[in-house]
Design a protein around this ligand. Sequence first.
Ligand code: ADP
Length: 271
Amino acid sequence: MSCCAVHERALQDEVLKVTGLTVYRERQLAIENVSFSLLKGTDTAIVGPNGAGKSTLIQALLGILPRQTGEIQVLGQPVSKQGKLDTRVREQIAYLPQSFLFDRLLPMTVQELVGLGWDRLGWQLPWQSHNARQRAIREALSRVDAWHLRHQSLSGLSGGETKRVLLAYCLVRPRKLLILDEAPAGLDVRSEGAFYQLLKELKQENGWAILQISHDIDMVRQSCDRVICLNQTIHCQGTPQVTLTAENLSLTYGSDFVPYRHSCRDKQGKG
Ligand code: ADP
């Protein structure tokens, strides 16, 4: 393949491109000159200490926070400085927040919530039948092992169940980019394993690009294709094997950083 063809292919596979992104929060610099890109079918983790700007970065990507400088492109379409993005491109992004705040009196069942994720497609696929909708809801809930919760009201769910149901909301229709803010927090060990297996399937079988904030360095080493070490600015990025050195982690977290290792995962080898 020629050099131009390789470049062309990389552009086609580029789901997100961020160049020179700087964001202030209440006049304080939160992130500075951040640049990276995400390719189709890959999983990238953002690691860094509390206050490093990880959530700020994600919120700026989603257009929730305005940026001062820099460019953001999703699937080749620019995100405006005010956070506006072509609706069809926005529909390709799924976001799973760290916590989900809602009115506990909200009279909505699990399958009604997941169905809303499908209904947002209505204007794009008017020919889709009621059966297709029901099938999609069932598949999404089954993939996160939550089909049995379908008639339950949202207010009755535990934290871990809520996470799985929100993930089903993201899965109910095809997407190109999944953004996760410490998504496994609140999941038990069994659900966490299933969760990472599902992410692997989404990237390998469905070609989703995944961007996740994580505090689990072991998991990042074992499961992610790339890692971004952020502390206001990017200190280093690349494959976990090359990037997550003791030196780089000290640079990112501070010189007294001692990584915690999961002893049972180490014993099992692959976690
Ligand atoms: P992280 O997600 O890595 O913990 P954040 O993006 O939450 O970091 O925070 C980055 C910086 O922005 C910190 O200095 C933090 O104090 C500040 N910050 C976070 N949230 C707010 C907010 N709602 N208003 C003003 N400043 C904030």
